[in-house]
Design a protein around this ligand. Structure first.
Ligand code: UD1
Length: 417
């Protein structure tokens, strides 16, 4: 099994180009199922979750080809409507094929996503909302068996809780439903906007009518589409934190800084110096890191997907900090390993107290989920000596070329078998 070896502690200096967004790509790939015309996608990140979604599409009958810049998807003969456990179990976003398959065929069988390291992650919000479009379903032997006997019919739906995945599934399904759908209490993550832009470019009719409300007029035909996916804001946030934690000097490129307002203002409060250009954020980490209290929240709040990374930074703060995790239960899996490296973090339910003034010590470590893995890299970058991180397959689900990108800016990091 592959491992990462990291020799700290170097200041990072240079430029990092941010890849395409994993989460936006996953939703857009699922949405391609609606189309019977060719779709050309650019800027998809080369990470495992995207490979899994492509395998899922192929298992459903999609034709997928690569050119050196684009992924070409042809769903004109796509005819299968069973998403198997093998492909959905490793990646919860597999459930996003349910909406488009129902819209296209009026029935579908999709495996339940199964357990996950960071919480139970049910799909009740997706299913309840789909019933309002005329879907009937039952759960049988680990699968959702869903039908829409009279086809999907537009409706008014208010999500009980803000959910990124449920908002995406419903936008996709309602795009091909008969009549008008109004979705309220929607997630407003930038990836949702990217999905909407893609679908509208394809010929769908989706518009925001207020901050969390979307109006969708169903269509029945779409056209050939060329689309470039947005940048990965979580990858960008991770490297901004890497600069802050190593007192580095990094130019984070290929981003839209406006989308990262919360991250930028958080890092400024901690003491980093930040300058913003059109597609670049220049960050210089300061020696003194100020303590801060952080609550994760749906966009535009502080993202849960950066909670583990910011916690590592707060370990180096001058005083005690607090973090409240409000999106996923059980998302403090990184704490045990960080404490083994010398951090003093106490957790109680969804709250963590971080003592600060930590000098991380190099250690042999175990990655537990995608963002926890990268938090261990951040800590190891500041620890003198050699750290070894095991089970890095978690990391490969979501970070493209992470060793290469870090090595280019001065980190001593290598992958070993
Ligand atoms: C997406 C992102 C993930 C990010 C999360 C929150 C993708 C592929 N993944 O995940 O990286 O951390 O948004 O920003 O885009 N919930 C239910 N029932 C449901 C659906 C969700 O109870 O039917 C709960 C979840 O367990 C969680 C909360 O709602 O506690 C938010 O989850 P959701 O926004 O749906 O996250 P995902 O779409 O799974």
């Amino acid at each position: 099994m592959q491992k990462l070896e990291i020799f700290g502690a170097n200041k990072l200096k240079g430029k990092i180009k941010i890849s395409g967004s994993k989460n936006a790509s996953l939703a857009i790939l699922a949405a391609t199922l609606l189309s019977n015309k060719k779709i050309f996608l650019k800027n998809l990140p080369k990470v495992r979750d995207i490979e899994t979604m492509i395998s899922l599409l192929k298992s459903l009958g999609s034709k997928v080809n690569f050119t050196h810049k684009s992924l070409i998807i042809d769903n004109s003969d796509q005819n299968k409507k069973i998403a198997s456990y093998n492909l959905v179990k490793t990646m919860r976003a597999g459930i996003l094929v349910l909406g488009p398959l129902l819209a296209k065929f009026g029935s579908a069988k999709v495996s339940l996503p199964g357990g996950c390291a960071i919480g139970t992650r049910p799909i009740d919000i997706h299913l309840n909302a789909l019933t309002k479009l005329g879907v009937k379903y039952k759960i049988f032997q680990g699968y959702v068996l869903a039908t829409a006997p009279k086809g999907l019919k537009g409706s008014k739906i208010r999500f009980s809780t803000i959910s990124v995945g449920a908002t995406e599934n419903l936008i996709i399904a309602a795009s091909f439903a008969k009549g008008v759908t109004v979705l309220s209490n929607c997630a407003i993550e930038p990836e949702i906007n990217d999905l909407i832009n893609f679908l509208n470019q394809m010929g769908c009719n989706i518009q925001w009518i207020s901050k969390r409300t979307i109006k969708i007029k169903g269509v029945s035909m779409v056209k050939e589409t060329n689309y470039s996916v947005m940048f990965d804001r979580i990858e960008a946030g991770t490297y901004l934190i890497a600069a802050a934690i190593t007192q580095g000097n990094l130019k984070i490129q290929n981003v839209v800084p406006n989308i990262l307002k919360t991250e930028i203002s958080t890092l400024k409060k901690i003491g980093a110096k930040i300058k913003v250009k059109k597609q670049e954020i220049h960050i210089i980490g300061s020696k003194k890191i100020k303590n801060l209290n952080i609550r994760t929240a749906p966009y535009p709040g502080f993202p849960t997907d950066l909670q583990a990374q910011i916690m590592v930074l707060l370990c180096k703060a001058n005083k005690k900090s607090f973090i409240e995790e409000n999106i996923f239960e059980n998302r403090f899996m990184h704490v045990g390993e960080l404490n083994r490296m010398g951090a003093k973090i106490l957790t109680n339910g969804n709250k963590a107290i971080i003592e600060g003034n930590t000098k991380f010590m190099a250690a042999e470590l175990m990655a537990t989920d995608l963002r926890a893995s990268v938090s261990l890299i951040l800590a190891a970058l500041t620890a003198r000596g050699k750290s070894v991180i095991n089970r890095i397959y978690h990391l490969d689900r979501g970070y493209e070329n992470i060793e290469k990108k870090l090595k280019n800016v001065g980190a001593k990091i290598r992958r070993v078998n």
